[in-house]
Design a protein around this ligand. Structure first.
Ligand SMILES: Cc1cc2nc3c(=O)[nH]c(=O)nc-3n(C[C@H](O)[C@H](O)[C@H](O)COP(=O)(O)OP(=O)(O)OC[C@H]3O[C@@H](n4cnc5c(N)ncnc54)[C@H](O)[C@@H]3O)c2cc1C
Length: 292
């Protein structure tokens, strides 16, 4: 690993100044679980690391006006075990508990995970299905980017130079909705997914028709993807088993999986269809008040 200077700013303004001063030679470090591996493999060799750990307030969770605001430096374990989030957004804890092992979840952060931009990670499909956004802050202001527009390519995101992910915003689902995340793990329990899928389904008031739906998948392309064709095929219609099956078939046109040691592209394409269907079925089963 190369030598580097480790900076521990205590305010966001100080962090912005360090990022500006050192430009391409600086990397933000949060939990370090992804970045340090990259540094050891010499895939990145920053001369300056800007740690976010000493900046107060970046690890808070608050639920306000129908939205959960989760600080970028919250650990994955913190989100997994938060009683406040379990109450209003059970899908979050259910998803984060699938990440690697508890040792990793105790170090890895929400913001670090999203900024890493790995298409095989677990949280993005659920967060996209929930309609979440990230808040990006810099010396020149703030902007909010929906997660389904945030991942731009393999390990690439829409974070501009000098920007820091400071918060994740997750809208609370409506009462007549349900969500599910499923991860296909044919190798070991702490592996990355071969394919993962998440769905959030909302029913029309008092009815069985689908008012809204979002479906997203991981490990099936160079970025996490939103399965808009699948969504379009079920939105506004009664969610029967045969409709869900037909709609899930459409995911095959939306994915472009990479061949790797977790499976061939063709195999992952087929698994994407199976897991899109199972995620939709599980989301419907999780709606607490489906009318008879
Ligand atoms: C052995 C192992 C197994 C794993 N398995 C899984 C798995 O199965 N599923 C899964 O989802 N994840 C898994 N992970 C975790 C994941 O791949 C990343 O390592 C982790 O999410 C990165 O979070 P971090 O806080 O440690 O980020 P860091 O490693 O600190 O940073 C990662 C990148 O994001 C940038 N960055 C960090 N924070 C910010 C910020 N706030 N704003 C802007 N840029 C920022 C850094 O500069 C760096 O480029 C695994 C990790 C390991 C080591």
């Amino acid at each position: 690993m190369n030598t580097f200077e480790f900076h521990t700013p205590t305010t966001l303004d100080e962090a912005y100044r360090l990022l500006e001063a050192h430009g391409d030679d600086a990397n933000i470090i949060a939990g370090g679980t992804g970045l340090v591996l990259f540094m050891k493999q010499r895939m990145v060799q920053p001369g300056h690391l800007v740690s976010l750990r000493s900046i107060p307030g970046l690890d808070s969770i608050r639920v306000e006006d129908g939205t959960a605001h989760i600080g970028a430096m919250c650990t994955m374990h913190q989100v997994e075990t938060s009683p406040q989030l379990r109450e209003v957004l059970p899908l979050l804890g259910e998803t984060y508990r699938h990440v690697a092992s508890v040792k990793i979840r105790n170090m890895a952060t929400i913001g670090g995970g999203l900024s890493h931009g790995d298409p095989n990670q677990d949280p993005p499909p659920s967060l996209i299905a929930l309609g979440a956004s990230v808040v990006l802050s810099s010396g020149s202001g703030q902007r909010t980017v929906p997660l389904d527009e945030f991942f731009t390519d393999y390990f690439e995101t829409d974070i501009h130079d000098g920007e820091i992910v400071t918060e994740l915003e997750v809208p609370l689902p409506s009462p007549s909705s349900g969500g599910a995340f499923i991860k296909f793990l044919p190798r070991t329990a702490d592996d990355y997914a071969t394919v993962s899928a998440a769905a959030v389904v909302a029913l029309e008031d008092g009815g069985r028709n689908c008012r809204d739906v979002r479906v997203a998948l991981g490990s099936v392309a160079t970025t996490p993807i939103r399965a808009r064709k699948v969504e379009g095929a079920v939105r506004g219609r009664e969610l029967t088993s045969s409709l869900i099956r037909e709609a899930s078939d459409l995911v095959q046109d939306e994915v472009d999986p990479l061949d790797d040691f977790r499976g061939s592209s063709g195999y992952k394409r087929q698994m994407a269809q199976v897991f899109a269907r199972r995620a939709l079925e599980a989301a419907v089963a999780n709606i607490s008040a489906v009318p008879a």
